[in-house]
Design a protein around this ligand. Structure first.
Ligand SMILES: Cc1ncc(COP(=O)(O)O)c(C=O)c1O
Length: 415
């Protein structure tokens, strides 16, 4: 056994010993849910902590342990847990009836709020998730161009349903993220659209090289293809979206997470002529339905969430994240490095002087750090992604940086 293997066993044993009720919850869950969960990403060994409740930036598990929440349901809770204004928006919407087979005023409010923020978005179509938004954008792009092929980054993530769910999806070409030459070579006249994130999110929070996305936009347009910018994660980093920061004009934009204020939602927005392909007022339109598309409570919560996320709030979040990323990198004494895009970060191991940004690499190191942080009262993700909410306090951030120092000292180097 290597030192890291021994450390991992010690950390896992300590984690498990302190959480009998979470273990019992996992045992029960496995009887009715495959693998004890309903979302692959929320599983980790030996068993996940069963979270009982969350308020602001603090989560409490079934065994009564408290954690500073640096996960925020994978970036969707930009204002933390149970923000009073968002809870109030949900309650007052629910009081008037939860769902009707009709357009709801909250949907209009949210669509207008999004159009007011993103310069390239003229119209919006709601879904129930970012995954569904990706799927809808693919259908719009194929209908608009009469072509089938979609190009995406091999390390990219656009959700868990076709056409992007699996590596062997037909008519989807995968290219290495950040390589403009590979992208130009892939964008033939068969291509309907290029799908890209402004930074790799699930792929390790890796920002795009300078000029890459502008080159992608140019290459797509030169070939008569669309650029679909996936802002599901990046929307929180600039009131104008990453497209505002980078001066891009994507044809379609994917949104989710923060636009639902913590409830399930997704959206495609973009050029009116493209979005109108789905207009039921037109004969031969692209049929797009969903019983809960743009659910009223999610839309109302989203409006409240965007209202709170103004330019000042975003500036503070990004500055706090920058300070935390620096503090954690410093505290690691060379064993780790924090990549960052706005208020989303990923802690990665440094091996032989190289930052290993592949979130699947060095799993023992990542697992040991994750569980050790849990035992230091910090809620993070198995792959090392963390992000901030506006609910987190300076004192909690100071404590988080200290906890990283303590946990990294236990875990040591991944080498
Ligand atoms: C960049 C990106 N696109 C799409 C999705 C899919 O969104 P959802 O989980 O709402 O289906 C995600 C989810 O993490 C994402 O990070």
């Amino acid at each position: 056994m290597t030192t890291l293997d021994t450390t991992l066993t010690t950390v896992q044993d300590a984690y498990a010993a302190r959480r009998p009720l979470s273990r019992a919850a996992f045992t029960r869950a496995q009887l009715s849910l495959p693998g004890g969960e309903t979302r692959s990403i929320t599983h980790y060994s030996p068993f996940p902590a069963a979270i009982a409740r969350g308020h602001a930036a603090v989560l409490t598990d079934a065994d009564g342990h408290e954690y500073i929440d640096l996960v925020n349901n994978y970036t969707s809770l930009v204002h933390g847990n149970a923000h009073p204004a968002i809870v109030e928006a949900i309650k007052s919407t629910a009081d008037a009836g939860t769902a009707f087979a009709a357009v709801h005023p909250a949907q209009l409010d949210l669509a207008e709020a999004i159009i007011g923020r993103l310069a390239s978005v003229q119209k919006v179509r709601f879904t129930n998730s970012g995954s569904e938004a990706s799927s809808l954008a693919a259908r719009i792009a194929r209908r608009a161009t009469g072509r089938r092929v979609l190009v995406m980054a091999a390390e990219g993530y656009h959700g868990g349903i076709p056409p992007f769910a699996d590596a062997d999806e037909p008519d989807v070409v995968r290219i290495p993220y950040g390589d403009a030459d590979a992208l130009r070579a892939a964008v033939s006249t068969e291509v309907a659209a290029v799908f890209l994130e402004p930074f790799l999110g699930a792929g390790g929070v890796v920002p795009a090289p300078e000029g890459y996305l502008a080159a992608a936009q140019e290459a797509a347009h030169a070939a008569g293809a669309l650029l679909v910018l996936d802002e599901v994660q990046s929307l929180r980093n600039d009131p104008r979206g990453a497209q505002g920061t980078l001066g891009l004009a994507p044809d379609l934009t994917l949104m989710a997470k923060i636009i639902g204020g913590g409830l399930a939602i997704g959206a495609v927005g973009g050029r009116a002529d493209l979005m109108d392909i789905t207009a039921a007022t037109r004969t031969g339109h692209l049929h797009h339905s969903g019983t809960f598309n743009g659910h009223a409570a999610a839309a109302a919560a989203g409006v409240a969430s965007l209202r709170l996320l103004d330019a000042d709030a975003i500036r503070s979040l990004n500055a706090a994240a920058s300070a935390l990323a620096d503090a954690v990198t410093r505290a690691s004494l060379g064993t780790a490095y924090v990549t960052r895009a706005g208020s989303i970060m990923n802690v990665h191991p440094v091996v032989d002087g190289l930052v290993i940004t592949d979130p699947g690499a060095h799993p023992a190191w990542r697992t040991a750090l994750h569980l050790s942080l849990m035992d230091h009262g910090i809620y993070t993700t198995p792959r090392g992604m963390i992000n901030l909410s506006t609910a987190v306090t300076d004192a909690q951030l100071t404590r988080a940086a200290e906890a990283y120092g303590e946990a990294l000292a236990i875990v040591g180097s991944a080498a």
